[in-house]
Ligand binder design. Structure first.
Ligand SMILES: Cc1cc2nc3c(=O)[nH]c(=O)nc-3n(C[C@H](O)[C@H](O)[C@H](O)COP(=O)(O)O)c2cc1C
Length: 233
């Protein structure tokens, strides 16, 4: 499986979201998944923010683009290709001020491209091109924003991610949200991390199972073959 792994925390060794995304990849490997990982740290390699050149070039039809416009879009083109080539996308990030880190927003702005990650169909509809990818968002939050908590209504991160990637064809992303972390006592923080690791293990098992089922040859798909046995283990 080709997996694109994106981290976005400003923190490094002390980052919880990075530790959790590493844990998830370890779990996938423990499930015997053969991974080809394309790694991007957007806190280090932050895509350039939208500027005037980008804003004009991105909505200019490809055959009308000048060499300068093509040059301005080149890095974005390349990033879109990386996403489209992946079978699975793992995005890990902290919540900053109720939404996503600005480096990850720059990434979203860079990969939302007409003719690449979404297509304007002849009937006027938008067809997102990331529909075949499995997508997992791992988020870390200082506060507890789960339903019922006083901060639940402040979660502008989950809807923003769902909207941005839904537009690109991601219909049913998985979310594992580690919370509360920074603004909780040590015991509560430990429980939140344990809960997140438990959920990530379940997602990894699920991905491994569906990869296994997808690899079963069509003729054998419904037969009681050794593939079926393998998939259950
Ligand atoms: C600049 C900044 C803004 C933050 N804003 C929020 C916030 O709005 N809500 C929240 O629950 N936690 C907030 N936090 C806490 C982080 O989401 C939390 O510490 C998280 O675990 C950080 O993830 P990391 O360890 O991967 O960096 C903020 C932290 C920082 C540094």
């Amino acid at each position: 499986m080709k997996l694109m792994h994106v981290d976005a925390s400003a923190k490094r060794e002390r980052s919880n979201s990075r530790a959790l995304s590493r844990y998830f990849l370890e779990r996938l490997r423990a499930e015997q998944m053969d991974l080809q990982v394309d790694y991007l740290d957007v806190s280090v390699e932050t895509p350039p923010h939208v500027d005037e050149a980008f804003a004009i070039a991105t909505y200019t039809p490809p055959r009308e683009r000048t060499p300068a416009m093509k040059a301005r879009l080149a890095a974005s083109d390349a990033l879109c290709e990386r996403l489209l080539a992946a079978d699975a996308l793992v995005f890990a990030m902290p919540m900053y001020n109720w939404s996503m880190p600005s480096a990850f927003k720059a990434f979203v702005d860079c990969i939302t491209r007409a003719g690449l990650t979404y297509v304007n169909a002849d009937d006027g509809s938008i067809v997102g091109q990331l529909a075949r990818q499995k997508v997992l968002f791992i988020t870390s939050r200082g506060a507890d924003l789960r339903p019922g908590s006083p901060y639940a209504s402040m979660d502008a991160l989950t809807p923003a991610l769902k909207a941005a990637f839904g537009f690109l064809g991601v219909a049913a992303p998985t979310f594992v949200d580690a919370q509360p972390l920074q603004f909780a006592d040590q015991e509560t923080r430990g429980e939140a991390l344990e809960r997140a690791r438990y959920e990530l293990s379940a997602v990894a098992a699920n991905w491994a199972k569906s990869a296994c089922v997808a690899s079963v040859p069509q003729a054998d798909a419904n037969a009681d073959t050794e593939y079926a046995t393998l998939c259950q283990e």
